[in-house]
Design a protein around this ligand. Structure first.
Ligand SMILES: *Cc1c(COP(=O)(O)O)cnc(C)c1O
Length: 225
């Protein structure tokens, strides 16, 4: 477990260094610690070390882990970073503070209705499929401006920015640049991009949030459920 805290410190200093190298203020870059598949026991020392933003990719898993942790650390900011189905929107709006995966008008409409009903308004990021990969979630980059407009103006969602995952095995830099450009031209502040393997490149390209899992918590074991 102390490994996890040492890893966290290392990642924070790498973020600082990457920010300075890019001529950016390190304080402008938020680390989202991706805790998916890792149990509460692995997360607690990271919370105790002061980390407050966390990412989870599944609503059910987050629901099993986070309500108890949020009682102890109420200032946690919980980010949904995995695909959201409309039948999970109610639970997602109740639990998450940021929903990073808004990628279609229908989901936006259901989210808007639920936020009105629940009186809780988690900030939303528009997920952009920068590589236009057919198997991947996220809006096609050519349609991103239009979806952002619909989410903001029609559904009145609290749209804060964009999120993306570059295609595996490609240079991520052009994808990060495209994502930052989409945010910039739409007047959005948040650019969530960069993972364990490429967050320094993402910071150079303008990331405001990096989502780091493996480099903090170690490799994930999907076999054990
Ligand atoms: C799992 C995941 C991450 C973290 O990836 P690592 O390579 O473990 O740092 C970041 N973003 C999303 C959307 C993820 O699903």
């Amino acid at each position: 477990m102390s490994d996890v805290v040492a890893n966290l410190a290392k990642i924070r200093s790498r973020i600082d260094r990457a920010a300075r190298a890019a001529g950016r203020d390190p304080a402008a870059i938020r680390l989202v610690a991706v805790a998916k598949t890792h149990p509460a026991e692995a997360i607690r020392p990271v919370l105790a070390a002061g980390q407050r933003a966390f990412g989870e990719n599944r609503v059910q898993e987050a629901k099993a882990k986070w309500p108890a942790l949020k009682e102890v650390w109420p200032d946690v900011s919980l980010h949904l970073i995995g695909p959201l189905q409309t039948n999970k929107v109610r639970e997602a709006v109740a639990l998450f503070d940021v929903i990073e995966t808004v990628d279609r008008p229908k989901l936006a409409r259901v989210l808007a209705d639920e936020m009105d009903r629940a009186g809780r308004r988690p900030r939303c990021l528009i997920e952009v499929n920068t590589g236009a990969e057919p198997q991947k979630s996220g809006i096609d980059p050519a349609l991103a401006d239009q979806l952002i407009r619909v989410c903001r103006d029609e559904y009145r969602l609290p749209v804060a920015g964009v999120m993306g995952i570059p295609p595996a095995g490609q240079d991520p830099l052009p994808h990060f640049r495209l994502l930052a450009e989409i945010a910039h031209r739409n007047g959005l502040d948040v650019v969530s991009m960069g993972m364990s393997g490429d967050f320094e490149t993402a910071i150079a390209a303008g990331a405001t949030h990096v989502r780091v899992g493996t480099a903090i918590f170690g490799t994930r074991d999907y076999s054990g459920g």
